[in-house]
Structure formats: C-alpha cells, structure tokens
Design a binder for this molecule. Structure first.
Ligand SMILES: C[C@H]1O[C@H](OP(=O)(O)OP(=O)(O)OC[C@H]2O[C@@H](n3cnc4c(=O)[nH]c(N)nc43)[C@H](O)[C@@H]2O)[C@@H](O)[C@@H](O)[C@@H]1N
Ligand SMILES: O=C(O)CCC(=O)C(=O)O
Length: 389
C-alpha cells in the first residue's frame, strides 16, 4: 500500500531523542530553547515560542491578540477544524468566509464583505502549504483595524514573495504533527516580531509562572515563583525539540524533494481537461504539504469512486479539505452560511500520496493508476499512442 503520507525520520532524530532522554532534562529545557532560536532564525522572525501543538499555538495567539467573548474572527470554513476551534476556545465567534477555487486560500473580497463592527481579527490559513496572499490581508486588516493571525500549520518551509512563512506578521502558528512536512510527533511553534507577545506567550504556555523552572534550577539563591495570570500547560518536551532541531536541518531539502514530486505530478497530469491541478502563482512558494487535484464535472469518474478505485489498486488518498461548518460540532454556527466554493472543493477534490523519500516507481505507479481511473478509455489509448510517438 502506498500511504498518503509518512514523516521523514532517521537514525539522527532517534539518536537526538535518546541523548536528550539520558541528559536528564526532558521538558521545556535547553533543547526547546535551541529549537526556538533555530526556528526563529530559519523563518526570519525575531522570536519563536515552542508549544505542544498548533492548536494550542492558535489558542495562545488568540489570547495575546486580546480576542474574547463577543468578538468575531473571520476564517475559512475549509480548513482543519482546529482553526475555528481555537477561536471558540476564547469565547469568540468564527465567521466563515469563502476560499479561492484555484489556491484553496481565503478570498479577500468575500472576507471583507463579512466584516462587521464586532470583527476583531482575520485568521489566515496557508492551506496545504500554499501561501495565502498575506499583503492583501495585511492591507485589509489595517483598513479595518483588525489583527492578522496566520495559521501556518501546514506551511513550514513555504515562502511568500521571497520570504519564509513566519516572518510576515505578528503571530504565525506552525504544526509539527506527523502529517506535516517536518514532525516532532506532535508539536507547535508561534513566531512573532513583538517582544511583548513573546514574553506573554512564554508565560501562558507554562501556567503563567513568573520565574520558570530552569531559572530556579540554575539559581544559587532561593527564588519563589508567582503565577501571575491564568496560564496553561502547553509545553513542548525537550525530547520533541531535539527531534525538531534535526528535522529543521532537513526542512529545505525535504521541501525541495516534495516539489520535485509535485512537479512530476504536474507534468504527468497536465493536459487532462477534466481536472484542475494545484496553482502556484508568481511570488508563491509551496512546500506541497499536500497535493490536491480538483475534479471538474466532466471527469469520467466521481471523486469517491476514484478514491475507492485507487485504494483497490493500493494507493491511499484523502478527500478534499473539510468544511468546518458542515461538522456536527458547528451545527449552531452559521447554519445558513453560503460557501459554495468551499463545499464544491471538499466534495470534488482528491489528495494524492506525497512523502519523502518516495520511490520513483511508486511515483510512477500513482501517476499511472490516477490516469487509468480519471481518463475515459478512448483518451488512455490516445495518451498511450502519443507516448509511443
Ligand atoms: C491536509 C490536512 O492533512 C491532515 O489531514 P488528513 O485527514 O489528511 O490526515 P490523516 O488522515 O489523519 O492522515 C494521517 C496520515 O499520516 C501518516 N502518518 C504517519 N505517521 C503518523 C502518525 O504518527 N500519526 C498520524 N495520525 N498519521 C501518521 C499516515 O499515512 C496517516 O494515514 C491534517 O494534517 C490537516 O491539518 C491538514 N489540513
Ligand atoms: O491534530 C491534528 O490532526 C491536526 C492539528 C495539528 O496539526 C496541530 O494541532 O498541531
């Protein structure tokens, strides 16, 4: 079976975890600090704060941006449910806006149309690693005096207008879940250029503790801590961070390899009229966390039949990105909201396997199986004849 994804982990990561375990300091310690410093340097942000996962990163981002009950935050419905959940954690209301059909990212005009007196922020998702149009959303946020928060769960290693995701705005949240381009098991990071946010994020992730355990451990005079505000236990462990440091060293290479596979898919499927391939416009650089294909209504096969047929051939796929507003947990949130593009994309897109290293014969097998199932028989013969020259 060709899986949908697998993390790229080697002996190096295993050794780093092993060494950290034997070091005797295993959570929120020197390895976390090193990972934060290296991640900040990699993205070009001033500061980075490691946390337990991207969902907790988003929760803390909402808190430091002072979002609370009565506030509205605009976000796509077409995103993993954690995006909207983070808004609800602080008692605010997610207001779902439409996405663009070719990039799967928030549609600026539709987002603007949904701004009200209660709108406090826009939560901009870089869906499946494709950067959203950050500058347009920055302008929109300044025009209406809103906060911009980036959900970059899938976007470590992606870039926008020549700069890595993580460097563009005040709060950018990343994930290191195993389905992401680099992984620490679970794990998250927030990058920021604001010192006040940085200080508060560090407090909030560790119970609001005024003097952290490392400082007390190293002190030669007794120190007592205070808990200065309601905080959380959202720490990353040093075991995870040690793995993360090794993963970060490989990130650019992993992205390069992923882009080669995406390019092979693009080349093989280019010219099939019944599908739309991922669109990477000028100035946008995707890490291809996922490779998603949209099936037009002229496709010879339905999306679900295609998924089953590929599974029967030993190729795992996933459906298009979920629409949060269609989930039971959201039945009371904007039940009548109109999001035709988002729903169309969820129902008619398919995500193909893409991971590193992916054997050339496996890439070719996926291409071959996809073509066999998507093309009507007459066209397959035509392609075959063309290939034969
Ligand atoms: C594009 C979306 O991708 C992900 O959603 P998804 O539905 O495609 O992910 P899942 O179905 O949970 O896929 C997880 C896959 O990732 C591989 N994998 C490899 N190792 C692991 C692991 O330790 N845990 C999990 N959950 N998955 C692991 C396996 O192939 C597994 O099937 C999420 O990361 C979303 O946040 C994201 N937007
Ligand atoms: O939990 C998941 O499957 C995805 C959410 C995520 O990536 C995270 O919270 O880091």
């Amino acid at each position: 079976m060709i899986p949908i994804a697998k993390p790229y982990l080697t002996e190096e990561e295993a050794q780093a975890a092993y060494d950290t375990i034997l070091s005797g300091w295993i959570t929120q310690g020197p390895k976390v600090q090193e990972f934060e410093e290296k991640f900040a340097a990699y993205t070009g942000a001033k500061y980075a704060v490691a946390v337990s996962n991207c969902t907790t990163a988003l929760h803390l981002a909402m808190i430091v941006a002072s979002i609370g009950p009565g506030d509205e935050v605009i976000c796509p419905s077409m995103s993993y449910i954690a995006t909207a959940n983070a808004i609800r954690y602080v008692g605010a209301t997610p207001v779902f806006a439409e996405v663009e059909p070719d990039t799967y990212n928030l549609d600026a005009a539709d987002a603007e149309a949904r701004i009200t007196d209660r709108t406090k922020a826009i939560l901009l998702v870089h869906q499946i690693g494709m950067p959203a149009d950050i500058d347009t959303f920055k302008d929109l946020c300044s025009k209406y005096n809103l906060k911009l928060i980036e959900d970059a769960a899938c976007a470590a290693g992606s870039a926008y207008k020549g700069a890595k995701i993580g460097s563009h705005s005040e709060l950018v949240c990343f994930s290191f879940h195993p389905r992401k381009v680099i992984s620490t098991g679970d794990g998250g990071m927030i990058t920021t250029n604001r010192e006040d946010y940085y200080d508060r994020l560090k407090l909030l992730r560790q119970h609001g503790m005024s003097v952290n355990d490392r400082v007390r451990h190293e002190a030669n005079r007794i120190i007592f801590e205070d808990h200065v505000e309601l905080g959380y236990n959202y720490r990353m462990t040093d075991i995870q961070a040690a793995v993360g440091i090794k993963q970060l060293e490989k990130l650019d290479w992993i992205v390069e390899e992923r882009r080669k596979i995406a390019a092979a898919f693009n080349q093989a499927f280019n010219g099939i009229d019944s599908i739309r391939l991922p669109q990477e416009h000028e100035g946008y650089f995707s890490n291809y966390q996922s490779y998603s294909i949209y099936l037009k209504d002229t496709a010879a096969v339905s999306r679900n039949t295609l998924m089953q047929k590929l599974l029967d051939r030993g190729v795992a796929t996933r459906r298009g990105i979920m629409n949060t507003h269609r989930e039971t947990a959201y039945k009371n949130y904007a039940p009548d909201v109109s999001l035709p593009v988002s729903m169309e994309l969820q129902d008619n897109s398919i995500i193909l396997p893409l991971y590193v290293p992916m054997k050339p014969e496996d890439i070719n097998y996926v291409i071959d199986c996809f073509k066999k199932e998507i093309l009507p028989v007459a066209q397959i013969k035509l392609c075959y004849r063309k290939e034969q020259g």
